[in-house]
Every structure is written in structure tokens, then in C-alpha cells.
Design a protein around this ligand. Sequence first.
Ligand code: PAF
Length: 297
Amino acid sequence: MMTTAPMTDDQGSKKGLEIVRTVADLRQVVSSWHKDGLSVGLVPTMGALHAGHLALIEQSVNAMDRTVATLFVNPKQFGPNEDLDTYPRDEDGDRDKLSVAGTDLLFAPSADEMYARGNSTGVSVAGLGDILEGEFRPGFFDGVATVVAKLLIQAGADTAYFGEKDYQQLLVIRRLARDLDIPTVIEGVAIVRADDGLALSSRNAYLSDEERRIAPALHQTLLGAAEKAGAGEDVAGIEAWAHTQLLDAGFTSVDYLTVRDAETLEAYGALGKDRPARVLAAAKLGSTRLIDNIPAE
Ligand code: PAF
């Protein structure tokens, strides 16, 4: 059951943030909004909200009549040696931030609500989900695609918002929505950066002071790589230069820094050099893995 009163008064004006924890309640609220002719935006999150998430909420609040945020730390997208147990969790703090940002509804299900016992169906985006992040985090995109497909189907929102910080994830989600005929429009939202260029991420909380000082080198290296790509330098040379830059700056290891076709993430140039390109990177600072990307103009 919903934890509080309905979300509109008799005149249909907005009330504060309400919380539901079951799919049935989520569906009931969204369908009542749709019956009233209201548009609905969806912002899926794993919580530990920062200004990057709030930019997604802001975009939805500005464009749609009602905004639903979801908070679910999805176990299916964490590998066996990843940070599921220590992933930052702060539901009370998240609720306050969502409320101030004008969110209408928070869907915060339990793992049992999301994954019925004996569940055995998953969504896998072949090809696009197997490269780059998919190569370094096996199973990650299967977990993301499965939970996002479920959230899109559960909410039935008109538009869903995802950050460009997880650029490959955004492309995977666009592909799955298209392939599964999920009618929700998928909107990408620009990366929010700290003043020194570091892309905001919940995992930045893991960085020590010294690592936090080094971290902006990732964005600086992406900028250098984009400039080189724009000047027509070959991708292998750019990759070699960028790896050296990052290791010299103090990064522990580099999973990839590469230039790819911005729509397919295939090798840049394979489909013609007149197409948009994206520079994408993943690198480790101590035990924290950072990812970032920018367009290559
Ligand atoms: O980007 C995230 O926070 C997650 O991957 C998402 C899209 C909420 C799915 O769990």
C-alpha cells in the first residue's frame, strides 16, 4: 500500500513527495495521472543522489506534469567482486533531495518485490552490451538492461531520463526500448561536472583526498584525446598517448580510453568519418574505477 495520501488535491494540483514500494501501487498512481491527462517522467536511480541525478529530476520536472524517481540498488548489475555491499545508501537523504527537487513519487522496492523468487528471465543487448564496459564488467549490462526494462514496463512513463555520464548504458537502454517495443521515450541528460571537471558519480565518495586531486586528469585527458581526434590523428596513437597521460597523472590502471562511433560504439571511422564520434574512458584510481566520456568534435 502507499505510505501516504494521494498526490493531488481535489483541484489536481501537485502535493509533496509520496513513496510506494510495490509495483501495483506504482502502476495505480501512474495510471491515475494518465487518466487525468498528465504526462509522466521517470528517473531510475540507485540512490546516493548527487547533482547529476538532480539534473535528471530537474529535466523531468520542467518537461513533464509528474515525475517518478526510482531507488533500487540492483544486485543483478554488480559482479561478484564489486561493491554491492558497500555501495553508498542513504534513503532518508535521497528522499529529502527528491522532495526539494519537486519529485512527485518515489518508487523504492525491495529486492523481493523486483525479483520474484525463481525469476529466470533477463534482457541482454548483444554486441553493444558486450564491448567496453561489457568487456571489463561481464554481466553488468545484462543486469542493467533487465532492471531498466522492468522499471520502464512497471512505470509506463511517457519519458525516462538517463545521464550521459553512463554513455554506453544510455545507448544500451535506447536499444532495448526500441527492440522490445517499449514506448517510453529515452532522453539523455548532459554530464554534471565539479568545477575541476570531474564528472559527478556516487562512487566519487570512495576517493581519498589525494585520489580526488588526481581524478580530474581523466576529463583533461579526454579533452586532449578529443582535440587529437578532431585534428585527424589515428585512434591507436591517441589511445597510447592517453594511457601514458593517465598513468603519469597517478591513475593506477587504464581499462580503456578510446574513440568510437557515437551511435554504435563501433571502431571510429568504420561507418565513415563524417559520423559523430565519442571519446570514452574507464580507469582505476586505487580501488575506485572511474568512467567518463565527451563528444569528439
Ligand atoms: O545508472 C544507474 O544508476 C543504474 O545503472 C540504473 C540505470 C538506475 C539501473 O540500475
